[in-house]
Design a protein around this ligand. Structure first.
Ligand SMILES: CC(C)(COP(=O)(O)OP(=O)(O)OC[C@H]1O[C@@H](n2cnc3c(N)ncnc32)[C@H](O)[C@@H]1OP(=O)(O)O)[C@@H](O)C(=O)NCCC(=O)NCCS
Length: 170
């Protein structure tokens, strides 16, 4: 069954879940897209199909941004994962990547808002005991920090060990 369309933005679509082709594109871009490589560990996380499958065991939902031919342009995931620095009640993490030409066009905000809106309607979210979002980002990743502030994430603290800014959103 095709992964369902949850929103359409101009000539782009947002789908919930990934097709087999999109998983292969994700694996390819994770090692070939150097801008994504600068601030993420996706080249090892999505090294191959086994890596994707293992990572996906704790994923609550994936959303993809695709063009009219269903080519992967970006991905968002909501992960059920906790780090010790978080206040009680925060457990679901949010992550986003846009690939190649899709970056720098202001697509990330709408993609994120639509994905969050849909995710908040899901059973995975509604039945979750700690339904608040967090993320960690390199403070130097200006496009990402700027996006997260626009989405309503607030700074929590800098994790000195990993040099990451932790951000949270109710
Ligand atoms: C982070 C990311 C999703 C943002 O998406 P995007 O659609 O490219 O973002 P936008 O084009 O809306 O740009 C976001 C903001 O950063 C600004 N920006 C873009 N490139 C910039 C740069 N090189 N330096 C400083 N600011 C920059 C934009 O002007 C915009 O500013 P505004 O909020 O004042 O309008 C995208 O850049 C990406 O996928 N990066 C690689 C993967 C990654 O780092 N993910 C996050 C890991 S935590």
């Amino acid at each position: 069954m095709e992964n369902p369309i949850i929103a359409t933005l101009d000539s782009y679509k947002i789908r919930k879940g990934l097709s087999e082709d999109q998983i292969l594109q994700l694996i390819e871009y994770s090692s070939s897209d150097t801008d994504v490589g600068k601030f993420t560990t996706d080249s090892s996380r999505f090294k191959d199909r086994a890596g994707f499958d293992e990572f996906s065991t704790h994923i609550l939902a994936y959303y993809v941004l695709v063009d009219n031919s269903d080519k992967l342009l970006g991905i968002i995931w909501f992960d059920d994962f906790i780090v010790k620095e978080l206040p009680v009640g925060y457990r679901i993490s949010f992550a986003i990547r846009l690939y190649g030409e899709a970056r720098g066009k202001g697509l990330a905000q709408e993609f994120s808002e639509k994905a969050m809106e849909d995710f908040k309607k899901s059973e995975e979210y509604k039945s979750h005991p700690h339904p608040k979002l967090w993320l960690s980002v390199s403070p130097e990743n200006e496009p990402a920090v700027s996006l997260y502030r626009k989405l309503g994430f607030k700074d929590l603290e800098i994790n000195e060990e990993y040099h990451k800014l932790l951000m949270i959103k109710d």
